[in-house]
Design a protein around this ligand. Structure first.
Ligand code: CO
Length: 171
């Protein structure tokens, strides 16, 4: 609990320092404020680009929508909260480029057991993905998205796409 607070305070001090440096005109600080207040509004609760997602033994993600900011490193921690092995209830997070047919992708993935259901032939459609994990495991990845928009994510374990899919909204 202490670390995030310290970071928040650091950020605040940083902003205040910036503010006092450029404090030679009311026009300047007004402009700074309006620029800063814009991204702050939609990002409420997820001010940083740190995302969490879980998968369980019931073949479900705990969220079907994630939100992040463009042009900023996104850190995603994906956790399998179940107990089953990845051979029977493996989960991953595979983020796909816009325009990818998720069912066609998932179909290709079925044949890619050797690469943990990440099909080499479809690698160009993948923006980022985690490892395939078993119950009790987690994996953290970082990536960045340049273009604002909506992106599909799925679990590419055979049969899971029907239930395990969602949208990443990049603002
Ligand atoms: Co799965």
């Amino acid at each position: 609990m202490k670390k995030p607070l310290n970071l928040a305070l650091l950020g605040l001090v940083f902003v205040l320092t910036l503010d006092s440096c450029g404090g030679d005109g009311t026009k300047n600080s007004a402009a700074t404020q309006s620029i800063e207040s814009q991204p702050a509004a939609p990002a409420q609760g997820t001010v940083s680009n740190v995302l969490t997602l879980e998968g369980n033994d019931q073949m479900q993600y705990n969220k079907n929508e994630l939100t992040a900011l463009a042009n900023k490193t996104i850190t995603l921690t994906f956790k399998h909260t179940g107990t089953l092995d990845k051979n029977v209830m493996g989960h991953n997070f595979v983020l796909l480029k816009q325009g990818t047919d998720i069912n066609a992708f998932a179909q290709k993935a079925i044949e890619a057991k050797a690469t943990d259901y990440i099909p080499k032939s479809e690698i160009a459609s993948i923006i980022a993905h985690t490892k395939l994990i078993s119950g009790g495991e987690s994996d953290t990845i970082t990536f960045e998205i340049k273009d604002k928009g909506t992106y599909d994510f799925i679990c590419s374990f055979p049969g899971h796409v029907a239930m395990m899919k969602g949208k990443l909204i990049v603002q």
